[in-house]
Design a binder for this molecule. Structure first.
Ligand SMILES: [Zn+2]
Length: 343
């Protein structure tokens, strides 16, 4: 099969080859023919070697956010749910289903788990083999580009918003609001009844089609001042910031008393300086969030099928252009999602 593959980390080492072995499936596995894959920071971390342990290596295939069709079913896969040719997306977590976290429904933080594309091969390839419990059917009405924007791009902010306990009429500030996860966070926070303040250089995030943020702050140097004006001095109830250290001080200064600061990524670096006194005297909560549950993935599928999740696509490239796609993640002029059309 055709796949993007590397023997050693480093974008220069990533090659697209036509003669990669098609994956074998076990009794409980499903072979999926990949249609469209999302390109996310996690793929850059995998390819660049920023993650400590890749399995397998050599011959590693990246690609964490996958949509496609069922091409082969293992002999023990329950036939009452999945059939050949079904359109599907893949939950990208490896989990054992038996540890205390899994038993509590938190399979994304399974004690012996990890990410598909990190501790297994990913989906920048014509085919991927995954356990049947990772396979979720999508309706025919759902287009491939949106489908390939659900397992990471939509699930991650959805779970983070739930972790933040965002309530109706609360003020939420979304940093990087026109980024992939940011635009979904804006849409979902609106749906949850919050007043959404988008921090972004792109004004389309105020358009109802792609978010409908209530307020837009485009000057990153004036974020706290403008939030003070908007909230009449109270500041934000929830701040969502996955941009990392570059926006830490601005985002922390935006939280009000009893507020929650939430992150699921560190695009510009992870190390911050924090004054603990300012944290406890204002009763602020710092919340880390990762991925989402399988139930939440089904919920985002249902919302997307109902046209309640819209994705703005910037670039859709062929698998041969995988390097360009990964490089484009950090392009200054980036304006929306990057996808790979595999087949
Ligand atoms: Zn587990």
């Amino acid at each position: 099969m055709k796949a993007a593959i590397f023997d050693e980390p480093g974008l220069a080492n990533l090659k697209v080859m036509d003669n990669v072995n098609k994956p074998q499936i076990n009794d409980h596995d499903v072979l999926v023919g990949v249609k469209v894959a999302g390109v996310n920071p996690i793929d850059n971390f995998v390819v660049s070697g920023a993650l400590p342990k890749l399995i397998p290596l050599p011959n590693h295939i990246p690609g964490a956010e996958i949509s496609g069709t069922v091409e082969e079913l293992g002999s023990h896969v329950k036939k009452n749910y999945l059939k050949m040719g079904d359109r599907v997306i893949l939950h990208n977590k490896v989990f054992d289903g038996t540890c205390d976290m899994c038993l509590n429904g938190h399979d994304m933080i399974c004690r012996s788990g990890g990410l598909i594309s990190v501790i297994t091969n990913g989906g920048f390839a014509e085919y991927i083999s995954v356990p049947e419990r990772n396979v979720f059917k999508i309706p025919d009405s759902l287009d491939w580009d949106t489908a390939a924007s659900l397992p990471v791009t939509s699930l991650t902010p959805y779970h983070a918003l739930k972790e933040s306990s965002l309530k109706i009429n609360e003020y939420i500030v979304v940093f990087g609001a026109s980024g992939s996860t940011g635009m979904i966070a804006v849409q979902l926070a609106k749906k949850m009844g919050a007043k959404v303040i988008a921090v972004s250089r792109h004004s389309w995030i105020k358009d109802s089609e792609f978010g409908g943020a209530d307020y837009l702050i485009s000057d990153y140097n004036r974020v706290a001042d403008e939030i003070k004006e908007i909230t009449q001095g109270k500041m934000a109830d929830v701040v969502l910031n996955s941009l990392g250290v570059e926006t830490w001080e601005n985002s922390y200064a935006s939280i009000g008393i009893n507020g929650r600061w939430v992150t699921f990524g560190t695009l510009s670096g992870p190390d911050i300086k924090l004054n603990l006194q300012s944290l406890y005297t204002r009763q602020i909560k710092l919340i880390g969030s990762t991925g989402g549950t399988r139930r939440e993935l089904q919920e985002v599928i249902d919302m997307a099928a109902n046209k309640e999740i819209r994705v703005k696509i910037w670039k859709k490239l062929k698998l041969d252009s995988v390097k360009e796609a990964i490089e484009a993640l950090s392009a200054k002029e980036r304006d929306g999602r990057i996808l790979l059309e595999i087949t």
